[in-house]
Design a protein around this ligand. Structure first.
Ligand code: SIN
Ligand code: FE2
Length: 216
């Protein structure tokens, strides 16, 4: 009993169920956050944050960029993945090793072995920014999970069901928390409530989210 107890705390992050096939791994990214932010700094020198326009013509309150072979983009013609950054006309920056390692570790801890993301959408929220309920469905194969890493200011993550009208659960995501959803939860609606103002030790008045996906 004692061994089991010790083993549990040594080897596994605190896993909180969010639904079938969906877990919240509190603090999993805390130890590698400095590496992630160092790599992010280099990515931003090549492909900076920008506000994209939705197909409906609205400018998103969340600023975004990407790294990896495929980057998620939106403009008046729709949502899609593209190999080049429309701002620079060049490839998106490569996915850093520490990004890949964290995504694979988190997916495995959630029961998805062998996850190799080719896309990382990087979202930046300042106080007041929000992301309305949506499904992630621009990827080719929904057999792969989504791995979502939170850094900086805490945010209320909205996690609904497979229908837009389904009830929504709210999870407060803090610095280093990682959410993974796949399998029967892969197409759940989700979003982020208006970011509350605050001052984070490391990131100040912002929240950064890394969303890893297998897009192609
Ligand atoms: C997303 O759904 O693209 C981002 C979710 C988040 O910022 O936590
Ligand atoms: Fe999403």
């Amino acid at each position: 009993m004692r061994d089991l107890f010790e083993g549990h705390f040594a080897a596994e992050p605190a896993a909180e169920g969010m639904g079938e096939g969906a877990v919240l791994l509190r603090g999993l990214a805390r130890d590698c956050a400095a590496d992630l932010l160092g790599a992010l700094h280099d990515i931003l020198e090549v492909s900076p944050f920008r506000h994209m326009v939705t197909p409906g013509g609205y400018s998103m309150s969340v600023a975004l960029t990407n790294c990896g072979a495929a980057g998620w983009i939106t403009d008046r013609s729709g949502y899609r993945y593209g190999a080049t950054d429309p701002l620079t006309g060049s490839s998106w920056p490569a996915m850093p090793d520490c990004f890949l390692a964290l995504a694979a570790t988190a997916a495995e801890a959630a029961g998805y072995v062998g996850f190799r993301p080719d896309a990382c959408l990087i979202n930046r929220y300042v106080p007041g920014a929000r992301l309305s309920l949506h499904q992630d469905r621009n990827e080719r194969d929904f057999a792969h999970p989504i791995v979502s890493v939170s850094l900086g200011l805490p945010a209320t993550f909205l996690f609904g069901g497979l229908k837009r009208s389904d009830p929504v659960r709210r999870f407060l995501l803090g610095h280093g928390d990682v959410a993974v959803w796949g399998g029967p939860s892969r197409l759940r609606f989700h979003g982020v409530a208006d970011l509350k103002d605050g001052d984070h030790d490391v990131l100040g008045r912002q929240r950064i989210n890394l969303t890893f996906r297998r897009a192609l």
